[in-house]
Design a protein around this ligand. Structure first.
Ligand code: 5AD
Ligand code: SF4
Length: 339
């Protein structure tokens, strides 16, 4: 698809045919099984100051946390028992140091057959290499926006080019790479979103997280969510599915925070992955990237049957296994739009 066609799909009155085409494409390649990823939030400390984020460095007056090694390990074990992929996530917290993360990687390996995704921000290449050697399979590092101008404004002190370089490094080290963008950022219209999608297509990542931007009241971007936010997010998801058929696409937690049932709408628009948070509740409350997250307390092993039953009502089911990337050679990025 050309840029013009992407923009047309983002603004046309009826997205029905687009969403239906994405749903078909998802079924052809990924089937009806939904991959489950269990997220463990290790630390809410962050050295970055992203204007959109509730964990930004300049935000004062709230208590941050860092899970202790034992607590982290216990949580990681619960995650590995309940899902085929464990995701270790944190702000860019350098006190969550190389050795500590390596030990957790080893902990995931020892806990069973789950795949391991890390999402710990930009770190030195040597750390990434060591974690890879310790058993990490995947790394998630979002672009947030493909506009160099918007990127520099929203992530002070950072440049889009460095982010792209970091993704390249992760690839070189043999990680399955995840990236993605936010939808509804101030200053972002259909043209910018089309550019996000084209950049994603060029990068051809194994996973793409596309989520709505939900303004946090204690950040400089406090205020109302963008108009048409749900609609635009679903259109971006669907277009990503058509452009990058083999990619794993989560129906993001933020989509569920925007609207009850939002994740289910994502699953009907091309998504094939769900993320469930297993961070101990007392800490999870304080991992506040954006407002409105559902806070389910049940252990993941108990949540699974309920999730599976809900998915079956939608003609879907929970997958078993690690949910690795589909091979790139068999499924190159596509050029056509909805047939
Ligand atoms: N709304 C939605 N997503 C957000 N993130 C950060 N702040 C927000 C927000 N206000 C997402 C970013 C980042 C991830 C850690 O959380 O995309 O990559
Ligand atoms: Fe830190 Fe990530 Fe939030 Fe930016 S988006 S402030 S890097 S936690």
């Amino acid at each position: 698809m050309q840029r013009r066609e992407l923009i047309d799909w983002l603004i046309c009155p009826d997205p029905g045919p687009l969403l239906a085409a994405a749903d078909r494409r998802r079924r052809e390649l990924h089937g009806d099984a939904v991959e489950l990823r269990a997220i463990v939030e290790l630390s809410s400390h962050c050295r970055c100051d992203c204007l959109y984020c509730g964990l930004r460095r300049s935000r004062r007056g709230f208590r941050r946390f860092r899970l202790g090694p034992e607590q982290a390990l216990a949580t990681v074990r619960e995650a590995a028992r309940g899902a085929g992929t464990v995701v270790l996530q944190a702000g860019e917290d350098l006190r969550l140091d190389e050795a500590r993360v390596s030990a957790l990687c080893a902990g995931v390996r020892a806990a069973g057959d789950s795949a391991l995704t890390l999402s710990l921000g930009e770190r030195p290449r040597a750390s990434w290499a060591r974690w890879r050697a310790a058993g990490a399979d995947r790394y998630l590092l979002k672009l947030e926006t493909a506009s160099p101008r918007l990127y520099a404004r929203l992530r002070p002190g950072h440049a889009l080019a460095d982010r792209l370089g970091a993704l390249e490094t992760l690839r070189e080290l043999g990680y399955q790479v995840g990236t993605g963008n936010l939808v509804g950022l101030p200053g972002q219209g259909a043209e910018e979103l089309a550019d996000d999608l084209l950049l994603l297509q060029r990068l051809d990542p194994e996973m793409i997280a596309i989520g709505p931007f939900l303004p946090h009241p204690s950040t400089p971007l406090a205020g109302a969510p963008a108009p048409r936010l749900l609609d635009l997010t679903l259109r971006c998801l669907a277009l990503a599915r058509l452009l990058l058929p083999r990619a794993h696409l989560p129906a993001t937690t933020a989509l569920g925070a925007l609207l009850r049932g939002g994740r289910e709408l994502g699953l009907a628009a091309g998504a094939n992955v769900l993320m469930e948070d297993v961070t101990p509740l007392a800490f999870r409350r304080r991992y506040e990237l954006y407002p409105g997250r559902a806070l389910v307390e049940e252990p993941l092993a108990l949540r699974r049957p309920r999730l599976d039953a809900r998915l079956r009502e939608l003609g879907r089911r929970l997958a078993s296994g690690r949910g690795d990337a589909l091979p790139r050679a068999l499924h190159p990025p596509a050029s056509g739009g909805p047939a």
